[in-house]
Design a protein around this ligand. Structure first.
Ligand code: ADP
Length: 524
């Protein structure tokens, strides 16, 4: 009994280090709002607030057949999307792994001609009519036959680019193991288009797409109601958000003589916040010893400080650092005692030398979901996972509870930090002040959740938010924790929180890219 009391106390103490109080949330929201405004005015700020040249979100009535490609870290995806115009779509897709040698090729041509070849294969397999037109083009030496249909394509390119037009952006640097020097500083859309043209494919690279903007667009197309989605957020390996801003507030674009062309008629522009780097200078972010250690041992100390407290790539590591510290402290009994947890046979907890717990990044964030979701007696799931995935066997129920409490505190803090970003956007865009009066209730379409507890929220009062990523999708009650924190922000409160509708945007990169290609086609 004494052992379990000491352990429980220590676990509570560590969990409490991850508390992120109402007061702290509110201070961070103020800082987020300040950085949002600053980023709209000048370059080189903590929130980059990148203008995307996309000036409208869809409302679900858009129609047509579009293509999208996605060059992520490891795979190249090609898809075609038929937008039915009634908030639904059908999607055909193929995926190939990018050969390692192309990631570090001598010339960008090697990589981009490979990508164009995949587009050709896709047309051949799934779009006979377009492929036939390819052959026609080849026969006529590239001249386009009459009445030919050109596929508009959205290009999702998940590397840092300096965008200067809806289908124009210069690669700033490679990340994720890519390294092809001659591509740096070049327009990646032009590089792809050149290879497409060489194969005479009837495809036009119409839009350069950031995945967060894709999420926002996809959600806006599929969400119920006509108000349009305000914000798209990603909570996966990393975290980032894009939202609809008033064009007049994006002064670093509107006052820039060298800015590319864009459509002024909507008075809006989608801005990519790059909020992973919110508050890099730690004015308001929490900073436990575990956060400090994680950052020091990361490849980019001092950078992406918000992301390091919020996203899937890092939460497992925070838990690992906390657990290792407890295990290494002889005065704390975690994983140290003899216990009688398994089948009443006394056994001793064993941590194998091979346990991933001893390795940097050894705990995956999905383990936090296991911890938060285990409601079985004695936390059986959690203990099984420790045994199977982490080579820690015969863990007692008390030990499991200690792990659970710390993991839950890390997950909860991440969700409350996510709420800071969401609250900042909701407040700064002024969406809360546009409210109608009346008592009609929200109409909900099949398969879509109405706002929680929404008895009286009118559809036009809904503040719609699209999210994507394994963390928000699978971490138990992530949304509930976000909502709790939103209610603690006085500018939002219970009333504002009820107006917020959060929905998963599935297939964001494909559908979103198609929708941006559509918008781009209208402008051109
Ligand atoms: P990406 O962001 O790379 O497109 P995901 O949205 O799937 O891909 O996010 C992957 C991240 O989510 C990884 O960091 C992983 O640790 C984490 N993750 C995977 N499964 C879960 C889960 N069940 N609960 C919480 N996090 C998870």
């Amino acid at each position: 009994p004494e052992r379990s009391m000491v352990l429980a106390e220590q676990a509570k103490r560590v969990a409490a280090e991850f508390d992120f109080s109402k007061d702290a949330v509110n201070k961070a929201v103020q800082e987020f709002r300040r950085e949002m405004d600053e980023g709209l005015q000048k370059e080189g700020t903590e929130l980059s607030q990148i203008p995307t040249y996309v000036t409208a979100v869809p409302n679900g009535t858009e129609k047509g057949l579009y293509m999208a490609v996605d060059l992520g870290g490891t795979n190249f995806r090609v898809c075609s999307i038929q937008l039915h115009g009634n908030t639904t779509f059908s999607l055909t897709q193929s995926k190939v792994a990018i050969p390692r040698e192309l990631m570090v090729a001598k010339t960008s041509k090697e990589l981009f001609s490979f990508l164009a070849k995949q587009i050709e294969n896709f047309l051949k397999e799934h779009h006979e009519e377009h492929y036939a037109s390819t052959l026609q083009r080849r026969k006529h030496g590239g001249a386009s036959p009459e009445q030919e249909e050109i596929f508009n394509l959205g290009f999702t390119f998940s590397f840092p680019v300096h965008q200067i037009g809806i289908n124009k952006g210069m690669l700033m640097r490679w990340t994720k193991g890519f390294d092809i020097q001659d591509a740096v500083g070049k327009d990646v859309c032009a590089l792809l288009q050149a290879e497409i043209d060489e194969l005479h494919l009837p495809v036009k690279v119409a839009a350069l797409v950031n995945d967060t903007v894709g999420t926002l667009m996809a959600r806006s197309y599929t969400s119920p109601g006509k108000t349009g989605t305000l914000l798209g957020g990603i909570f996966g390996t990393g975290t980032n958000g894009a939202y609809v801003e008033k064009l007049e507030k994006v002064t670093k674009l509107t006052k820039n003589k060298d800015a590319g062309e864009y459509d002024h008629s909507t008075g809006e522009m989608i801005v990519n916040t790059e909020w992973g780097s919110f508050d890099n200078s730690l004015r308001t972010l929490p900073n436990t010893p575990y956060d400090v250690e994680l950052d020091e041992k990361s490849v980019n100390p001092g950078i992406q400080m918000f992301e390091k407290r919020v996203s899937g790539m890092f939460l497992g590591e925070l838990l690992r650092l906390a657990l290792v510290k407890l295990v290494k402290d002889p005065s704390i009994p975690l994983f140290k005692d003899e216990n009688s947890s398994s089948n009443d046979v006394h056994s001793t907890t064993q941590i194998q030398n091979s346990s991933p717990i001893w390795q940097q990044w050894g705990i995956d964030t999905s383990f936090l979901s296991v911890c938060a979701g285990d409601s079985s007696p004695g936390l059986r799931m959690l203990r099984q996972t420790l045994d199977k995935d982490y080579d820690i066997s015969a863990v007692s129920a008390e030990d499991a509870e200690a792990v659970r409490d710390i993991a839950a505190a890390i997950g909860r803090r991440a969700a409350r930090l996510a709420a800071v970003a969401i609250a900042g956007v909701i407040i700064n865009t002024g969406r809360l002040s546009t409210s109608s009066t009346g008592t009609a209730t929200t109409e909900s379409k099949a398969g879509v959740n109405p706002p929680r507890g929404n008895v009286e929220v009118k559809e036009e009062d809904v503040i719609d938010i699209g999210v994507d990523g394994s963390l928000v999708e699978f971490y138990p009650n992530f949304e509930e924790h976000i909502r709790q924190a939103l209610r603690e922000v006085p500018e939002i409160g219970d009333h504002g929180e009820k107006r917020v509708r959060i929905g998963i945007a599935k297939d964001g990169s494909g559908v979103g890219a198609a929708l941006i290609a559509l918008v781009a086609g209208k402008v051109a």
